[in-house]
Design a protein. Structure first.
Length: 455
């Protein structure tokens, strides 16, 4: 009997050892194999220049050890933001990404519990080429269209019967926000996906007019102007800026500022979404506010505009006007948000010249804008302006045609703009693509306006 008991206990010990061994293996797998972060978008997904990446770690990480081990090919600037155990990677200026983009996390990232990610992680993405969104049938029945310069295919997105008054594309080709005239004499804010389906109303404005839609670069917040008094909540002669969360369900839009003396049109988010600029007609200037609350400031100018943000969000450029010998002369100012300083970088260059609203190059080194001599032809011609005092370059030279609304492609190697012939009735504007590589100008669409890139 005793011998039998010994054998039985030995068997139990052996079984227990196997169980402990199996548990150790499971723990090892959990701690090592499943410690690998999940990434969005998934490796192999098609991406654009504005794609944001998120790494979800199953454990709390030592942040510096992660950030120092992240690299990309081609090399790009990256901004890191942590949300608990999630790392959000926002790309900066990238130049040319080529056909594929590779993101790497080298082995050695340290967990707060002392463990490590002991393998190199690599994610590869095909890069899509940029398309152009614009208002097609601009002078007759405006609708959102998109054009692929590579294939030459233009196709409509919206089908509203020509009732669109303005639009803005969402980041990462998720769709479009647009303003639509409704049957009550007002205009609503609506959302449609990239292919043109899934059209939904975001803000039912009734007999009030909601227009000038804007979207933050992360796609979370949207803003628009509305003729509703922010204090009394009734229809007003003035326009005011309202904001809301795009995926916030039934969250009612709220006024950015509740003072009825602060009007607003043409909202524009800074690249990081922390600031919102808009034109305050009552105060005759561009007002810049913090989207999370706090102080605001005013940039005085009679020129109605929201200013143009540099790609890193550290600066905002705007135009002022001053009397010249032969008419109004433009003055360009650049405000450094971090140092609270203001400069006039184009002193001398803009003497006796009038400038249209510019656009800042992705690398922050140049502006593109329509410019004309105040004593010369009325048609603005496009110039590339070196912001560091280098050589500036004129890229259009047809003085019978007005050039406006230029927009840089995300790689800084092409510009799309709007052009209209002067001196004729019933003129229909055209959209043109300028390619820096061969200095070519190609018509993208006719009777088209307000072009904007979708990376």
């Amino acid at each position: 009997m005793k011998r039998y008991w010994i054998k039985k206990s030995s068997l139990a010990i052996i079984v227990g050892m196997f169980l402990l061994g199996g548990l150790a293996i499971i723990l090892y797998v959990v701690r090592h194999e499943f410690a690998v972060p999940a990434i969005l978008p998934a490796s192999g997904s098609e991406i654009g220049y504005d794609t944001t990446y998120s790494l979800d770690f199953p454990f709390a990480m030592e942040k510096g050890s992660v950030e120092s081990r992240i690299s990309a090919t081609p090399k790009i600037e990256m901004d890191f933001q942590w949300e608990s155990n999630r790392l959000v990677i926002k790309p900066g200026y990238a130049g040319a990404l080529g056909d594929h983009f590779i993101l790497r996390l080298a082995a050695g990232s340290v967990r707060l519990d002392g463990g490590k990610i002991d393998q190199d992680l690599v994610w590869t993405y095909p890069v899509r080429h940029a398309v152009i969104a614009y208002l097609g049938n601009a002078t007759t029945a405006p609708e959102i269209w998109k054009a692929d310069p590579q294939t030459g295919i233009n196709e409509p997105v919206s089908q509203t019967g020509g009732r669109i008054t303005g639009f803005i594309p969402l980041p990462d080709r998720k769709g479009f926000l647009y303003s639509l005239k409704n049957d009550q004499g007002g205009a609503d804010i609506r959302l449609v996906n990239y292919e043109g389906s899934g059209d939904d109303i975001l803000v039912d404005c009734g007999n009030e007019t909601c227009t000038d839609p804007a979207i933050s670069h992360d796609g979370l917040l949207f803003a628009f102007s509305r003729n509703r008094d922010p204090e009394d909540g009734i229809k007003s002669r003035n326009r005011y800026i309202y904001t809301s969360v795009l995926d916030g369900g039934q969250i009612d839009p709220q006024p950015v500022m509740v003072e009825k003396a602060v009007s607003g049109t043409m909202p524009s988010f800074s690249p990081d979404g922390s600031l919102l600029s808009f034109y305050d007609k009552n105060s005759k200037g561009i007002r810049v506010v913090n989207t999370s609350g706090g102080n605001d400031f005013l940039l005085g100018t009679p020129r109605e505009q929201s200013g143009v943000w540099s790609s890193d969000g550290s600066k905002i450029a705007f135009l002022d006007e001053t009397p010249g010998h032969d008419g109004i002369t433009s003055v360009l100012y650049v405000v450094d948000i971090q140092t609270n300083t203001i400069q006039e970088p184009l002193t001398g260059f803009l003497d006796e010249r009038e400038m249209g609203e510019p656009d800042w190059s992705p690398d922050g080194q140049k502006l593109v804008a329509g410019i004309r001599q105040t004593d010369g032809p009325a048609a603005r011609q496009l110039w590339l302006i070196d912001m560091n005092g280098g050589t500036s370059r004129q890229i259009t030279e047809d003085y019978s045609r007005m050039n406006a609304a230029p927009k840089w492609r995300a790689d800084g190697r092409a510009i799309v703009y709007q052009q209209a012939e002067l001196g004729r009735s019933n003129v229909k504007p055209v959209i043109i693509l300028w390619d820096m590589a061969d200095d070519s100008h190609t018509i993208i669409a006719e009777d088209a306006a307000l072009p904007v890139w979708m990376p």
